[in-house]
Design a protein around this ligand. Structure first.
Ligand SMILES: *Cc1c(COP(=O)(O)O)cnc(C)c1O
Length: 371
């Protein structure tokens, strides 16, 4: 490819200073209870890109349906990706995002993997900050409610050829998360069937691309038919423990060497690098109270530890529920019960408190980003 011409006709990033805002005249959308991801705020952000002109000016406008060419390759070949982060309203009535630059950077990793255009992470963050500001009245004043922000990047290439897109659309929509959903922290049961694989080495399991999720519905449905809430994703002949549903997984136990340890699988390409995962690792390493390890874990090791009474807790982590303790696992006809500890000695409860204290601004932290 001819580098100088490429340079002449491509713009590296959109600029938040060029943002245009068209305000909605609809009444502010506020709901106290609603199912996750079903009620949206009044505005959305859209930014168009094409290979020749590069990024156009960002636009905040009333929430609307997208006009899409029916051949566009996001619909046919899954050339798309997304992100997920939240805004929280603190007791001081200010809205905060939690480590949003990590989401922006992860979005760029996914964009490169999907052959979609990249941009300046800080420019998108500033556009999102503006969007949250425009719709801030949609977020109730509650220490359990939050706003779920969904940045999305899709190919709008109107062609059935399997090729690198020449047109794309970045958009951001925001959904109200009721306090009910946030407060629901009931321990979950897991369905572990090695016939299903969520991600594999050399694949895209470490990127937030839609295809990774649509293809798990079948397993999720089977888990539900067997009375379980989530799938425990196993990998390889030794049934390595990788993730739970759309969450990272942590084991708090006394390890094979008799040491207290908090362990989670390493980022080896099949694990989604969660912001919550990273925050839990950083937080517990700061405590310095026990070993915190990124290591592979398999079902035989977990079964052995359960038999010997070495398992303290097992939990999933992610932006949606923050921390989700596991009560039991159904695996190859076996019913593995995870011991339930007193609430006061649960590691998950302690981490949940420290993280939510930061998110809701009760503990000052450079992990929060004021809107
Ligand atoms: C999004 C996601 C997570 C959690 O990531 P967070 O940044 O903590 O929300 C974990 N696993 C999968 C498969 C995910 O898609």
């Amino acid at each position: 490819m001819d580098a100088p011409t490429m340079k002449a006709c491509s713009i590296p990033s959109f600029k938040a200073t060029e943002l245009v805002i068209k305000r909605s005249t609809a009444p502010v959308n506020r709901h106290d209870t609603c199912a996750f991801g079903t009620v949206f705020t009044n505005h959305m952000l859209t930014i168009k890109w094409d290979a020749c002109e590069g990024w156009l000016s960002p636009l905040i406008q009333p929430f609307h349906n997208l006009p899409l060419h029916p051949a566009c390759s996001s619909l046919h070949y899954g050339v798309q990706l997304f992100e997920g982060l939240k805004a929280y309203r603190g007791a001081d009535n200010r809205l905060r995002l939690f480590r949003p630059m990590l989401n922006m950077e992860r979005m760029l990793v996914s964009a490169r993997r999907a052959c979609l255009p990249i941009f300046e992470a800080s420019e998108l963050l500033e556009c999102i900050r503006k969007l949250v500001e425009v719709d801030q009245d949609c977020v109730p004043c509650s220490d359990t409610a939050s706003l779920y922000i969904r940045p999305t990047l899709i190919s709008t290439e109107p062609s059935l050829a399997v090729q690198k897109p020449g047109r794309a659309l970045l958009f951001v929509i925001m959904s109200l998360v009721s306090s009910y959903f946030n407060a629901a922290t009931k321990d979950i049961s897991l369905w572990a069937d090695p016939k299903y694989t969520r991600a594999w080495e050399g694949g895209t399991g470490d990127c937030k691309m839609g295809g990774n999720y649509g293809s798990t519905l079948c397993a999720q449905y089977e888990a539900a038919e067997n009375g379980c809430q989530q799938v425990l994703w196993l990998y390889g002949e030794d049934h390595q423990i990788t993730e739970v549903g759309t969450m990272n997984i942590f084991v708090h136990w006394i390890n094979e060497d008799g040491e207290e340890e908090l362990a989670t699988p390493p980022l080896n390409g099949i694990i989604l690098p969660g912001v919550t995962r990273r925050s839990i690792l950083e937080l517990t390493r700061q405590w310095g109270e026990f070993k915190v390890t990124e290591r592979s874990l398999n079902m035989a090791q977990l079964q052995g530890a359960l038999k010997q009474g070495r398992v303290k807790q097992l939990f999933g982590s992610g932006t949606a529920c923050m921390i989700c303790p596991v009560a039991e696992i159904f695996y190859l006809g076996e019913h593995l019960r995870i011991p339930r500890q007193e609430k006061s000695s649960q590691l998950s409860a302690r981490i949940f408190k420290q993280l939510t204290d930061i998110q809701y601004g009760r503990t000052p932290s450079d992990w929060t980003f004021l809107v």
